[in-house]
Design a protein around this ligand. Structure first.
Ligand code: NAD
Ligand code: USQ
Length: 394
């Protein structure tokens, strides 16, 4: 299969590119390197030392003999170039990771809100319009988020994208209809993903584009089988207050003895998946596309749910590092239950890595190894959801 990977230099995109290349697929990475530039803006860097993109693909060629072509166009702005790449490479599939993905970053200021909306919506819409204009039959696999659903489920399991509702239609009696699960985003970033979903539904209906939307939980871990093969292939590890996600932050904090930063009560329940399972899920999604004319295929890409304070306790018990309950900078429910359907991936043969299995390996082999690169000043989260209105603004 020929696969174009938008955002293929990022945390999920890079190991996915290597995994697909290792399976014998022909891979092209398209990435404007904005994530590396954002590190400069935030005065931070990946805990792991990531090589420049050209060194990464050279190392992959040296280790495996396989070539990965790269392009550094901006998918949200360089429409003609994107169309040209599609026409030349003629991919069977495009995996779309190329969005600003941090909720705290999207809430930092008006500029960050507008950038996130402009970048994410235009990247997604440019891809859809370019595929239609190219006339190619390309399967799009998009990385969406569990956060499109919100995290409150009224006691039921969150279904995979669609919900059957029954409405009392008066004289017509009870009518039943399948709808997209109602969107309930908790940040500007998450909101862009709910809007992506409408673009996909429209283009699947109007142009019969084949689209799979993967509603992914929080990714943890760093390395995959392929990124371990050479030091220059190492994956990025974000630990800062904007881009660092909760579990990897706790693992890094444990490695350097920094009290674990639980927001509020820590009663927030979230869905999780290991990075090695992310790459396997993307491959499974590529191998099982919807047919032309089908509605958008939506899968919940997560393997476990956990409460933030339980994760902190698990890591604290294993490492002895204390827990620090910090004021929650976000506007979110303190406590929520979360149950999620993930039958489709399990039926396709996914055999998930569990939280308990991989946690300590991550602390010792990655976080402790690179602890010297951590700048503790970058750990606190300084992005406040209600900074403009709160009396207790920082
Ligand atoms: P990341 O920021 O590490 O990677 C995104 C990549 O896309 C970066 O390399 C960036 O330079 C590139 N990019 C962004 N805008 C671009 C543009 N306009 N043109 C070209 N390239 C562009 O993020 P990630 O963690 O790898 O996440 C990838 C996708 O997966 C995102 O869409 C995110 O919403 C989704 N996702 C991530 C997680 C997670 O925990 N990391 C969880 C659920 C969903
Ligand atoms: N949290 C803490 N302490 C911390 C950091 C976070 O308690 O030091 C809490 C947050 O308040 C939140 C939860 O942990 O309740 C998750 O935060 P997060 O930063 O790990 O995850 P989130 O902002 O939801 O975003 C991440 C990715 C995003 C992806 C999303 C999947 O950055 O790209 O879409 O996870 S999901 O959460 O399932 O929507």
């Amino acid at each position: 299969m020929k696969v174009m990977i938008l955002g293929g230099d990022g945390f999920c995109g890079w190991p996915t590119a290597l995994h697909l290349s290792a399976q014998g697929h022909e891979v092209m990475i398209v990435d404007n390197l904005v994530r590396r530039k954002t590190d400069v803006e935030l005065e931070t860097q990946s805990l792991t030392p990531i090589a420049p993109l050209s060194d990464r693909v050279s190392a992959w060629h040296r280790v495996t003999g396989a070539s990965i072509e790269t392009s550094t166009i901006d998918v949200s702005q360089d429409y003609a170039e994107l169309l040209g790449l599609l026409r030349r490479f003629e991919p069977d599939s495009v995996v779309h990771f190329a969005e600003q993905r941090a909720a705290p970053y999207s809430m930092k200021s008006s500029w960050h809100k507008r950038y996130t909306v402009d970048n994410n919506l235009n990247a997604t819409h440019n891809l859809l319009a370019a595929i239609v204009e190219s006339g190619l039959d390309v399967h799009i696999v998009h990385l969406g988020t569990m956060g499109v659903y919100g995290y409150g489920t009224a006691g039921m399991s969150i279904p995979e994208g669609y919900l059957t509702v029954k409405v009392d239609a008066g004289a017509a009696g009870e009518v039943s209809q399948e709808i997209l699960y109602p969107a309930n985003p908790g940040s500007i970033y998450h909101m862009t993903k709910t809007q992506d979903a409408l673009f996909f539904a429209y283009y699947a209906k109007n142009d019969h584009l084949r689209v799979t939307d993967l509603h992914q939980g929080i990714v943890w871990g760093t390395q995959t089988e392929e990124t371990k093969r050479d030091e220059a292939l190492i994956n990025r590890f974000d630990y800062d207050g904007d881009y660092g996600t909760v579990l990897n932050r706790f693992l890094m904090q444990a490695a350097i003895g920094y009290p674990l930063t639980v927001h509020g009560t820590g009663g927030q329940t979230r869905a999780f998946i290991h990075i090695s399972d992310t790459v396997r899920c993307v491959e499974l999604a590529l191998l099982n596309p919807p047919a032309r004319g089908d509605r958008v295929k939506i899968l919940n890409q997560m393997t476990e749910t956990a409460r933030v304070r339980d994760l902190a306790k698990m890591i604290s018990d294993k490492t002895g590092v204390p827990i620090d309950r910090v004021r929650n900078p976000r506007n979110e429910a303190d406590e929520n239950e979360l149950r999620v359907e993930n039958k489709q991936f399990l039926d396709m043969g996914l055999n998930p890595i569990t939280l308990d299995e991989g946690l300590m390996e991550e602390v010792t082999q990655i976080a402790r190894k690179y602890a010297g690169r951590c700048d503790k000043r970058r750990i606190p989260c300084g992005s406040y959801w209600n900074a403009g209105t709160r009396a207790d603004r920082p």
